[in-house]
Design a protein around this ligand. Structure first.
Ligand code: HEC
Ligand code: HEC
Length: 357
């Protein structure tokens, strides 16, 4: 008799479970929706379409999961550091320190770069040592000075969480969590960090010069011609998938690209960073050397280091004619650079910490 009851109860429970898992809007379905990037047509015509990573289609579910992981300190050894510690939305996903510090406040050797419009990047890190966002994400998680994480421990933590196995299933069709699925999801979230909604972008899309002030328009001219800035921070993208020495240091402090290639001709070369959202991302350069945009501009105008190896030829007009930009030119250039700030990006609720409502 007792056994009979137990059987009936189990039978009902199994049916209930089956019914639940067959309901249309049950939480366990695997039917990811491809992500559609929205940004101005005129920009797309110039820079090309949004693209996903190899074997990692960007989906709404993948982005949702990646965002949660990006803000999760459980990806670090002692549960204290998340990606978002050093890549904060308010700073255009950079941080405000000269050198970011990770676990136990150990400083990393370089300034934290911004993370946006990375779907159009081919090399990652200041020296470009990683070729995809997926492989890039492995490094900070396991680096002793950044998150000092251990994959086995991280996977166990996430696997034992109430929500994560469901989110992994919804994103990838399997509740199995591993370093590949973790880094794929993070990369999807990073690709969704798109910023093309500045005053410059409106001007670019409409070609309506009345959107920019006289000073901003003069600054744009200098950016394109006398400053040669556009050669390496090419608009409308604002960065370039290439490495240059701008004569920042003598070249021995941090040899940049040469650390990877071993070539003397690469000493002092660094990835050309974006010049979008500069108002939020100070300090600047791979070593956080400059605190203000004015300091950066004064450097290009007066202080390119003559003892630096491999200074790029695009900078020769500025190098050979020190101080050729007047105070007014510098002010105009700075005003123009400010038109590349995208306030809506900094405040976009889709990119914020999902656990803070
Ligand atoms: C302790 C601070 C810190 C943490 C934590 C951190 N980063 Fe970074 N990140 C940096 C620094 C510093 C660099 C530049 C290092 C270099 O170039 O050698 C960097 C570079 C990057 C880049 C390359 C950007 C470019 O323009 O090339 C990406 C992407 C990135 N981090 C994403 C992440 C992700 C994803 C996480 C979490 C898994 C993370 N970071 C955790 C500090 C940090
Ligand atoms: C030859 C290529 C080249 C030219 C020309 C050039 N830059 Fe750069 N720029 C770079 C590189 C490379 C870096 C990073 C250097 C480093 O950190 O060592 C950089 C860094 C910057 C930064 C700091 C960005 C950040 O997030 O840290 C700003 C701002 C900047 N450049 C503005 C300009 C302006 C304005 C001009 C024109 C006056 C200009 N650049 C001309 C290649 C160039």
């Amino acid at each position: 008799m007792k056994k009979g009851y137990l059987f009936i109860i189990i039978f009902f429970l199994v049916n209930l479970l089956l019914l639940f898992s067959c309901t249309k809007d049950k939480p366990f379905t695997y039917s990811p929706k491809a992500y559609i990037a929205r940004f101005p047509q005129a920009i797309e015509e110039k820079i090309g379409p949004f693209t996903s990573g190899i074997d990692n289609l960007t989906t709404e579910e993948g982005i949702f999961l990646g965002r949660k992981l990006f803000y999760d300190t459980r990806l670090s050894g002692d549960n204290s550091v998340a990606c978002s510690n050093c890549h904060q939305q308010q700073f255009a996903f950079a941080d405000s320190k000269e050198f970011s510090d990770g676990i136990e406040h150990i400083p990393t050797g370089r300034n934290s770069p911004t993370i946006f419009n990375q779907a159009w990047s081919k090399h990652f890190f200041w020296d470009g040592r990683r070729k995809s966002l997926e492989t890039q994400a492995h490094d900070p998680i396991t680096s002793a000075t950044e998150m000092n994480g251990n994959w086995d421990v991280i996977i166990e933590r996430l696997q034992n969480d109430n929500i994560y196995p469901i989110l992994f299933y919804q994103a990838f069709g399997s509740g199995l969590i591993d370093s590949i699925s973790i880094t794929k999801a993070i990369a999807q979230f990073e690709r969704s960090l798109i910023s093309y909604n500045s005053k410059f972008d409106q001007f670019y899309a409409t070609k309506d010069s009345s959107l920019l002030s006289a000073s901003e328009l003069r600054g744009f001219e200098i950016f394109l011609h006398r400053g040669t800035c556009n050669a390496c921070h090419t608009l409308p993208l604002g960065h370039l998938n290439a490495f240059f020495s701008i004569g920042l240091e003598k070249g021995i402090e941090d040899s940049g690209l040469a650390k990877i290639t071993g070539l003397a001709s690469d000493i002092g070369k660094f990835k050309s960073p974006s010049i979008r959202n500069l108002s939020y991302s100070a300090p600047y350069m791979h070593n956080g050397k400059f605190k203000t945009i004015r300091e950066v501009l004064n450097f290009y105008n007066n202080d390119i280091n003559e003892r630096s190896p491999n200074i790029d030829s695009h900078l020769m007009p500025l190098f050979n004619n020190r101080g050729s930009l007047s105070t007014q030119d510098i002010a105009d250039l700075e005003h123009f650079l400010m038109t590349l700030n995208d306030e809506s990006f900094i405040h976009n609720p889709s990119f914020s910490n999902p656990s803070i409502k």
